[in-house]
Write a protein that binds this ligand. Structure first.
Ligand code: NAP
Length: 283
């Protein structure tokens, strides 16, 4: 990649940011496209978010990704927020326009991309989502976009579950969503054609943990799609065990790549080289 006087800036803001895989993935894509851009890690402490964004506008940064802890905090500083990002309640991609910063959420597209090849009649299907944190919101929005018949969210904290359910009542996304305490999971599994783990259970270094007990795993819908948002390790214990029960496994690395590809397409106005992005992350 040649950086010259005309090179335009992209990046990712977070705090800390040093472990982000996005710079490697985006710069590989930029090099493949021969685009005159560079993508930088931008560590921004929470108390300096507003100043940082003003500075990015001043130097004409063309766009940036947003990660922990800024995905909600950035919203008041944007000129416009897409309906989807508003429904999710988080922004992960920001673009500079003549009207100012526009925020959207490509995590939803990232989640959906690996599901699109399955031509299922989603309206008759049930999805069970484990966890009700930040990434569960993108998963719920994705399931709503797919038109999943029943979206069932399982969580361990009744108060958080109720707040989660209430937050979707005013949304522009039509959906049939119910929330359930963890004890109800065994009864939900036999009907769940899609089972998504959005909890960190099983993530490195706790790689031998699994969100489902051996008894629960045996209750999986035959041919279910088991989707784990975790990408270290690949595959997780959950995906290995679900596959052993006949499930189709999808891991979190494809979501990571596809949310990045969707962001790059927004900034560059051309399709992103997804295969190169995957390879840059070693798969
Ligand atoms: P988060 O906002 O902290 O949410 C985590 C959720 O998991 C919360 O609902 C939490 O419950 C629940 N949880 C945590 N430990 C649990 C346990 N032992 N038993 C039951 N529930 C538990 O985190 P997040 O941002 O959604 O991220 C979650 C995972 O997704 C992480 O592994 C992250 O790496 C992965 N992720 C992947 C991608 C991708 O592109 N592949 C994108 C985003 C996130 P409480 O609310 O009760 O604490």
């Amino acid at each position: 990649m040649m950086i010259s006087g005309t090179t335009q800036l992209l990046g990712v803001i977070g705090y800390p940011i040093r472990h982000s895989l996005s710079p490697v993935m985006h710069n590989a894509a930029i090099a493949q496209l021969g685009a005159d851009f560079v993508y930088l890690p931008l560590p921004v402490p929470p108390e300096q978010l507003e100043q940082a964004i003003a500075g990015f506008a001043a130097i004409h940064l063309r766009g940036f990704n947003v990660t922990i802890p800024h995905k909600q905090a950035i919203m008041p500083f944007l000129a416009e927020i897409s309906d989807l990002a508003q429904a999710v309640g988080a922004v992960n991609t920001v673009s500079l326009t003549p009207q100012g910063w526009i925020g959207t959420n490509t995590d939803v597209e990232g989640f959906l991309a690996p599901l699109r090849p399955f031509s299922l009649d989603w309206g008759t299907k049930s999805a069970v989502i484990l966890g009700n944190g930040g990434s569960a919101r993108a998963v719920v929005a994705g399931c709503a976009q797919l038109g999943v018949g029943q979206i069932q969210v399982v969580g361990r904290d009744p108060e958080k579950l109720q707040t989660f359910a209430a937050s979707w009542r005013e949304t522009c996304l039509p959906m049939n969503l119910t929330v359930h305490p963890w004890e109800k999971l065994p009864g939900l599994l036999p009907e769940a054609q899609l089972l998504v783990n959005t909890t960190p259970i099983g993530m490195y270094p706790d790689s031998d943990r699994c969100p489902l007990s051996p008894e629960e795993l045996q209750r999986l819908y035959p041919g279910a799609i088991a989707y784990d948002l975790i990408y270290t390790p690949r595959p997780t214990r959950f995906l290995q065990a679900a596959q052993a029960q006949g499930a189709i496994a999808i891991d979190g690395l494809e979501m990571l790549v596809q949310q990045g590809a969707a962001a790059l397409q927004l900034w560059l106005g051309q399709p992103a080289p997804v295969a190169v992005m995957r390879r840059s992350l070693g798969f």
